[in-house]
Write a protein that binds this ligand. Structure first.
Ligand SMILES: [Cu+2]
Length: 127
């Protein structure tokens, strides 16, 4: 369920804590009638188990724009987004993710849809 993955990634970014709370509320609404109202702890542990399921994707840096927090990547298939290999622009969840990145770098990264925008939530250099 896509929503659960988003909660887990939002949780990594304190700036998006509010969105996480909203998403947790949606999970509560999705609970079948008759079930106990899940606490926020339940939602968090759900998210934690889903986080490990989000795969790292191979990519290559095409452009780094620190002004706008945008990162252009040539990437392999992103299974959690049902996206084939392509070159495209991502937002980054945190400007710190751009530190040390430059055009031509081979990377491994995690991407998800955050607030409707394709967003890199984690990235590391690949050897
Ligand atoms: Cu893409």
């Amino acid at each position: 369920m896509k929503r659960v993955r988003q909660v887990s990634l939002w949780k990594m970014d304190s700036d998006l804590k509010l969105l996480s709370l909203i998403a947790a509320g949606m999970l509560t609404l999705a609970t079948p009638v008759g079930a106990q109202t899940p606490s926020t702890v339940d939602a968090a542990s759900h998210a934690a188990s889903a986080a490990s399921a989000v795969p790292m994707v191979d990519g290559e840096v095409r452009k780094v724009d620190r002004e706008t927090g945008k990162l252009t990547l040539r990437h392999g298939p992103i299974t959690n987004l049902d996206m084939p290999a392509m070159t495209m622009v991502f937002r980054v969840a945190d400007l710190k993710l751009l530190d040390g990145l430059k055009e031509g770098d081979k990377v491994r990264f995690v991407a998800d849809r955050v607030g409707g925008a394709f967003t890199v939530t984690a990235i590391e250099s690949a050897r």
